[in-house]
Design a protein around this ligand. Structure first.
Ligand code: SF4
Length: 251
């Protein structure tokens, strides 16, 4: 499902409540440096060829108009959320857009959180890291503990080394939300010993303030993906819950 607008919603989010979305990617196509087998935007190759990214000025104008409209109509907003048709940090003006968004949030909805859903591939870029430090909820994905396993579930475009991502995530000193997809298919099984144990070891190294474990909820581009129930996921992450980690489980 592709977002046709730069600012959309608010929509009811399983994780974030009433969420006003910001799509920093093309409005008629997907742009991502992953090509996840479960991506609700479809495969990268099925994009519609639209590569134009909104500028910081366009996002600021669209966001302010929407916030003004929502405030006038009394529409609640719990989160202003960067999500959309791909990886938001690929927008070259991401840092400026985050700064503008925080300022507009402070003016119109000071109690709302600013959230960024990112695949974490660009957290080592200084401007991206600094921007992510400004938001309330940097929600950063790590589905697979090794490059070989990531190739099966995330299909990165170009080089991807989870150890480099982990080193960059360490700089958050735990002040971020780790997001992990749990699914099972021919090529990948989140519950298998080769995935689950090493993933838990990464969690222990990163010590995120919150972990969001979720499963497929919408049509996926790859066929044959199996979801997990909330009970199954709770059982899988039980050792971490016992160790005191704050884990949200969304089926
Ligand atoms: S990182 Fe997100 S947008 Fe990119 S392919 Fe994966 S699910 Fe889709």
């Amino acid at each position: 499902m592709l977002r046709e607008e730069t600012v959309f919603g608010p929509i009811a989010s399983r994780r974030l409540g009433s969420s006003l979305g910001i799509n920093l990617l093309p409005t008629k196509g997907k742009l991502c440096n992953f090509d996840c087998i479960y991506c609700e935007c479809g495969w990268n190759r099925d994009g519609r060829g639209d590569t134009r990214l909104p500028s910081a000025a366009e996002v600021r104008e669209a966001l302010e108009a929407k916030l003004r409209e929502c405030a006038a109509s009394g529409t609640p907003i719990d989160s202003i959320t960067f999500s959309g048709d791909g990886e938001p940090t690929l927008n070259p003006e991401f840092a400026q857009i985050v700064r503008d968004t925080v300022a507009l949030r402070d003016r119109y909805y000071p109690k709302a959180k600013v959230s960024v859903l990112s695949n974490a591939t660009r957290v080592a870029v200084p401007a991206v890291f600094e921007a992510l430090r400004l938001v309330d909820n940097p929600i950063l994905k790590l589905d697979a503990p090794t490059a070989e396993l990531a190739a099966r579930i995330n299909k990165p475009v170009g080089k991807y080394d989870p150890e480099e991502i982990i080193a960059a995530l360490m700089r958050f000193e735990g002040d971020f939300v780790l997001q992990t997809m749990f699914l099972r298919c021919r090529d990948f099984d989140s519950s298998s010993p080769e995935v689950l144990g090493p993933w838990m070891d990464i969690v222990r190294r990163l010590h995120p303030r919150e972990i969001m474990v979720y499963t497929i909820a919408r049509p996926a581009p790859m066929e044959g993906l199996e979801k997990f129930s909330a009970e199954q996921m709770r059982t899988l992450v039980a050792p971490l819950i016992e160790e005191g980690y704050n884990i949200q489980i969304k089926a």
